[in-house]
Design a protein around this ligand. Structure first.
Ligand SMILES: Nc1ncnc2c1ncn2[C@@H]1O[C@H](COP(=O)(O)OP(=O)(O)OP(=O)(O)O)[C@@H](O)[C@H]1O
Ligand SMILES: [Mg+2]
Length: 251
């Protein structure tokens, strides 16, 4: 059966590096994602995790293959349609937190909201409530430089959610954080997922991968294998079996 949310077929992204050499960052990948899944992408550096996130969201165009997002062909949209889809369909969280430095946390969250919604007071209310949800509401008036990395990243998650996207895509969101700041960010993503939103996250950390519902292992631009956590298992208990599986995959 076809996945109801995202399907990619023979997805390929090739980069020309020399006149006669090309790198296949992604090589004929098939992927199916259901609504409400929290999919983790793992694999060594250069295996294609970021490329896959960028292609799925239409931030980059594939060289070949198809992407269906809620039944719509993303790879066939023109630039205007793509930017609309990106604005409403996807929220992004990056490793480099990239908040606007001269705007407060609250302003950082409201800015993309104003692009989509006319009612500014409503956008500001929603932004404050998202910051509250992720435990940084009391910092709304501060500049990013006056907050810790973990606090900034939770504000970035609030920003990613301001337009109620159908999916949140996160590229190593805890990569620059210490473990307790990282945990707060992962709990925020898990909570989003438990509220029914689709989350797709690339990570190098086994602990982080325990928060997902399944793990896809990439190698050389292909999805080599898939792992599902023991149903109903708690986060702590997932780490050891996942590590054993990753090791068996040549991680
Ligand atoms: N603009 C580009 N030009 C040429 N090659 C590229 C370009 N962007 C990415 N690549 C190559 O594509 C491959 C996949 O890169 P990608 O960034 O998706 O890897 P990744 O799994 O996210 O790695 P990391 O864990 O280091 O973030 C790599 O071999 C990379 O060098
Ligand atoms: Mg990457």
């Amino acid at each position: 059966m076809e996945a109801d949310f995202i399907q990619a077929r023979s997805l390929t992204k090739a980069y020309q590096t020399d006149a006669d050499a090309e790198v296949r960052a992604l090589d004929t990948v098939d992927i199916d994602i259901e609504t409400g899944e929290f999919t983790i992408l793992m694999g060594s550096s250069g295996s294609g995790k970021s490329t896959l996130l960028y292609l799925l969201s239409g931030l980059e165009r594939p060289t070949d293959g198809e992407i269906h997002f809620e039944g719509q062909r993303v790879d066939e949209l023109d630039e205007t349609q793509l930017s609309l889809l990106r604005r409403r369909g996807f929220g992004f969280v990056f490793q480099a937190i990239n908040l606007i430095p001269h705007l407060t946390l609250l302003e950082n969250v409201t800015v993309p909201g104003y692009l989509v919604q006319k009612d500014r007071a409503e956008v500001a209310r929603r932004a404050q409530s998202l910051l509250d949800d992720f435990g940084v509401g009391q910092l709304a008036g501060r500049l990013p430089s006056q907050c810790s990395g973990g606090e900034q990243q939770r504000a970035a998650i609030a920003r990613a959610l301001i337009n109620s996207p159908r999916a949140v895509l996160a590229d190593e969101p805890t990569g620059a954080l210490n473990s307790s700041a990282g945990r707060a960010v992962l709990e925020a993503l898990q909570r989003i997922n438990e509220e029914g939103q689709c989350v797709i996250m690339a990570t190098h950390e086994v602990r982080a991968a325990c928060y997902g519902t399944r793990v896809l292992f990439l190698r050389d631009g292909q999805v080599q294998s898939e792992y599902r956590h023991e149903p109903g298992s708690d986060i702590q208990a997932r780490e050891e079996p996942l590590l054993a599986w990753l090791t068996s995959q040549g991680w």
